[in-house]
Design a protein around this ligand. Sequence first.
Ligand code: NAI
Ligand code: BGC
Length: 256
Amino acid sequence: MLLEGRRALVTGGSSGIGRATALRLAEEGARVAVNYFSEQERSDAEAVASQIDPAGTRAYAVQADVGAEADVVRMIGECRDRFGGLDILVNNAGIEKQAPTLEMPLDLWERILRTNLTGAFLCLREAGKVMAAQRQGVIVNMSSVHEFIPWPGFAHYCASKGGLKLLTETVAREWARLGIRVLSIAPGAIATPINSFVLDDAEARHRVEGEIPLGRFGRPEEIAAAVVWAASDQAGYVTGTTLVVDGGMSTYPKFS
Ligand code: NAI
Ligand code: BGC
């Protein structure tokens, strides 16, 4: 097992990549706090936690809106108290909603940035305080190929992921001497609820699959495997960079 005894928190752990990551971290020996956003996601998050450990010792579900500072401070404090520290933060929570930029309402722009970028910052800052006191920790930010591939209709999302890229790189430099590694994973198109608008539309799905050299959507477990490696000592010399896991999508020249 790669992560025996490690203490982890996964944001947005009730579904998709976050759910698969929480389960896989636990399989590798970590204790896992499974964050969920609201009452609507509570039972899914609790199901993930009890799949890991029905007794609630090795896993528990914790509500927090990652964009709300008080929620994040509470969540990380609780995690530190329950587990006696925090070794791995997976900043996974994220949202998207297509909107042409000429018609993009400010509140939509702010909503996406608040969750995807400010949320990642708040969790990283609070987790960083715990990790700095321990002189060790790993932060894995769930970015996207859209930290470097422009995506018409998703300027807010691309700005959030592009911001995450430089947040990762900058903080990795700041915290390297504290024993904290900070890196990003950039998935391509993965079959999760965030993509239901494409997965439920045969034509759109076919079009996206045509943009992926491996010819298919990725599975959440394929991203979880990368997170586990990135968080483990096997990646002990990896910080301040992005690991792309995209079936080759970023090599495709006709992306639109
Ligand atoms: P998903 O929709 O299944 O998961 C997103 C999770 O974030 C949900 O559990 C949701 O409840 C949670 N969330 C949303 N707002 C939140 C908030 N304010 N506080 C706490 N949690 C919140 O979708 P998926 O695909 O698993 O997305 C996970 C991450 O992966 C996101 O950051 C997304 O941008 C990123 N990603 C996904 C790709 C894909 O193709 N599925 C590709 C590249 C990146
Ligand atoms: C988005 C997905 C999209 C993928 C590839 C991700 O960041 O969340 O909706 O399929 O990038 O374009």
